[in-house]
Ligand binder design. Structure first.
Ligand code: HDE
Length: 712
């Protein structure tokens, strides 16, 4: 499906966009403006006049351009797309967009970081939001998901505490978009329920290569209800067709300086290039009667349902195929809400989800300023809205007639309630009873088993990255007691992990003896040790990125380093081969001046050696050509070229050395490469181009990271 085809939402939005064909500049009242360069003054050099309604209108509007940024998830990137159902879920839910095979539903997706302000870097170590608005015929359905399947806390009442702890510290507003500071780790050290999420946050999942290369998870258990009223618990998953891939932490920090819009730009460019990002949409289905079959509580948002215990069934494809026309109107004003739901889907009693159901309307009121935020084009349902809600700031709808109440006879009784058979939403009739209590369920008390499961499921390089992330973060913590408490927590997950981190922090590993801590007697962390369990699933392959999709180089960015005199034929042949596999080639030269090839043609570099960096590419090619190599090796260029290569090498990327590039190769750190490094391909290798393609598809040679770093 092409973006412009069959996209009702696109048509709907078009009505609101201004076209610019030969149109004249006007005020907001439609008055044509004759001079937009000068204000109205008393004489050429005289004072400006209050009478200048054009100046005042323009400046007043400008003064009010900013709206409050989201209190969390402020920095975001959005795109339009389509969801296509490939397998009907009619046995499980009556939601039409999930039952009518082949049905295409327009969507708007917003990805975000959580902690940073709107202008912060994309590459912060953080959770990513993955919020999807499905514009279904039955109303908007929002799946407000994250790229990690669990959360820090079990109860909504702790959310403001969590967010206050991770945000910049209130006295000096430092640090921006970073969890590596005292207040975050102080809070975490006292909240053992966060440990599973901390494993995810310290893993490479928190520094994705691209928004297109990360998973999405609904986190909570939701409910599906079918036509017969049968209930299943459901967990939602998005799995990227390009696989789940991340950058190195050192690389993330450099990207934040070189291109802090790295993810936003990558998403935008991919869609502009027609490399539409795609995800498989999957569900884990659990019959209602099996609710108690697990060694954890399905209502606990700090737990996953291991895929080994309940496989993910793929039922659809999410494709993003159109960039927004206007960031503010669409990506900034889009208002998600887990409570935007449709018949066939329902909530569970997960106490985190229950709190979210309150929070999101409230936040939109404060952020968008009016209960009419649903009338903003990006938020409009494609199903027409009829109700008796009226007026309010910025009301758009002009409702005819006298009645705005129900029941009425004057308006003929309209609008009518819909029966269930007509698509009216009816909540699941769940029997609920219990004393009114403010307590945590005992079934939520095991905080370490799944943290262990996650850690044990990681490959060796992933474990090392996780250890190093903890060392980095905790080294920024100034309070020794906080560091010690975190290490004490880690000891419940893995003794080696705790020891390694402790060693680098200069603290001892002491398994926390909670009752001896100076905590309130009724603190929720007291009962822990006795509840430590072995998870039923010991290792889950789905949790390691090592096992992700590695069979494509589609949309990967390959930097070709070149100078005058490159071998036009050889370079072009490699370029064509890479592009035929879907990769994107960009030329990097000492300057932006055109580069002459040895066969007399000209190439236009996109970047100069100083305007970009290796961290912006997935792989490098050092182009062949004797004269080109000579120019790359003159003193002015040499250190830049070698820095490029050595940095890419350190970040475990694939590097290809064309013929004649021996002088570059021997001057770089790569020269001492072990023969078994499959990421370094030289002129001497057989089937070099194929080997290079395979190496790029592997994403990185993480297994050789230690060796490569030792040589750097
Ligand atoms: Fe959110 N969250 N959240 N959250 N959340 C917001 O709503 C909140 C939680 C998530 O791109 C806010 O419109 C509470 C879990 C995403 O616009 C706010 C709790 C998950 C986005 C809010 C949670 C999320 C938000 C801020 C604990 C993963 C960005 C702006 C009870 C399943 C949506 C806004 C976008 C945004 C509250 C926990 C995902 C304040 C109270 C768990 C992806 O309403």
């Amino acid at each position: 499906m092409k973006p412009e085809e069959n996209n009702e939402k696109a048509d709907q939005l078009k009505q609101y966009s201004t076209s610019n064909d030969n149109e004249k500049l006007t005020t907001n009242q439609g008055l044509k403006i004759n001079n937009n360069q000068d204000s109205l003054k008393a004489g050429e050099r005289g004072p400006s006049l209050l009478e200048d309604f054009i100046l005042r209108e323009k400046i007043t509007h400008f003064d009010h351009e900013r709206i409050p940024e989201r209190v969390v998830h402020a920095r975001g990137s959005g795109a339009h797309g389509v969801f296509k159902l490939t397998k009907s879920l009619a046995g499980y839910t009556k939601a039409k967009f999930l039952t009518e095979l082949g049905k295409e539903t327009p969507v708007f997706v917003r990805f975000s970081t959580v902690a940073g302000s709107k202008g912060s870097t994309d590459l912060a170590r953080d959770v990513r939001g993955f919020a999807v608005k499905f514009y279904t015929e039955e109303g908007n359905y929002d799946l407000v998901a994250n790229n990690m399947p669990v959360f820090f806390i079990q109860d909504a009442i702790k959310f403001p505490d969590l967010v206050h702890a991770v945000k910049p510290e209130p006295d000096n507003e430092i640090p921006q978009a970073a969890s590596a500071h005292d207040t975050f780790w102080d809070f975490i050290s006292l909240m053992p329920e966060s440990m599973h999420m901390i494993m995810w946050l310290m893993s490479d999942r928190a520094i994705p290569r691209s928004l297109r290369m990360m998973e999405g998870f609904g986190v909570h258990s939701f409910k599906f209800i079918n036509e017969e009223g049968r209930v299943h618990f459901v967990k939602f998953h998005f799995k990227p067709k390009l696989g789940v891939h991340s950058v190195a932490w050192n690389e993330a920090q450099i990207i934040s300086g070189v291109d802090s819009d790295f993810h936003k730009r990558d998403l935008w460019e991919a869609i502009e290039n027609g490399d539409y990002p795609e995800w498989d949409f999957g569900v884990q289905l659990i019959p209602e009667e099996d609710e108690d079959r697990f060694d954890f509580d399905l209502l606990d948002p700090t737990k996953i349902v291991p895929e080994e215990e309940v496989p993910v069934e793929i039922v659809g494809t999410l494709t993003l195929n159109r960039n927004p026309d206007n960031f503010f109107a669409e990506t900034e004003q889009v208002a998600f809400h887990p409570g935007h739901i449709i018949p066939g889907i329902d909530f569970t009693n997960d106490p985190l989800l229950q709190g979210r159901l309150f929070s999101y309307t409230d936040t939109q009121l404060s952020r968008l300023g009016s209960p009419n935020f649903h009338e903003i084009p990006i938020n409009r349902s494609i199903n027409t809205v009829h109700n008796n809600q009226r007026d309010g700031h910025m009301r758009q709808q002009i409702v005819k007639g006298k009645t705005s109440y129900d029941p009425n006879s004057i308006g003929g009784g309209c609008p009518f309630q819909a029966m269930m058979s007509e698509g009216g939403f009816v909540s699941q009739q769940e029997r609920v009873s219990g004393a009114k209590i403010r307590e945590r369920s005992k079934s939520f008390v095991d905080h370490y088993s799944q943290a262990k499961l996650f850690y044990n499921s990681q490959s060796t390089p992933e474990k090392e990255h996780l250890q190093n992330a903890l060392i980095f973060e905790l080294s920024k913590v100034t309070l020794p007691a906080v560091r010690e408490r975190v290490v004490g927590q880690l000891a419940y997950i893995d003794m080696f992990l705790a020891w390694r981190v402790a060693e680098k922090l200069g603290v001892e590993v002491k398994k926390l003896d909670w009752p001896n801590q100076s905590l309130p007697a009724d603190s929720n962390i007291v009962e822990l040790q006795s509840e430590e369990k072995e998870p039923k699933t010991k290792v889950s392959e789905a949790l390691s990125m090592k096992n992700t999709v590695k069979n494509t180089i589609k949309s990967r960015k390959i930097g070709f380093i070149m100078a005058n005199g490159i071998d036009g034929k050889e370079t072009n042949a490699l370029k064509i081969k890479l592009e035929s596999e879907g990769a994107r080639v960009e030329f990097i030269a000492p300057s932006l001046a055109k580069v002459r090839t040895n066969d007399g043609s000209e190439l236009t570099p996109k970047h100069s050696l100083t305007s970009t960096a290796s961290v912006c590419f997935d792989a490098l090619v050092i182009c062949s050509g004797e004269n080109s190599v000579k120019e790359l090796m003159i003193p002015e260029n040499k250190h830049l070229v070698l820095h490029f290569i050595n940095e890419a090498y350190k970040h475990c990327k694939a590097v290809y050395f064309g013929s004649d590039t021996e002088p570059v190769y021997h001057n770089s750190n790569v020269a001492s490469k072990k023969h078994e490094d499959p990421g370094i391909i030289t002129w001497a290798d057989q089937d070099a181009a194929d080997q290079f393609i395979n190496a790029i598809a592997q994403h990185r040679v993480w297994d050789l990271e230690m060796e490569r770093n030792a040589q750097s």
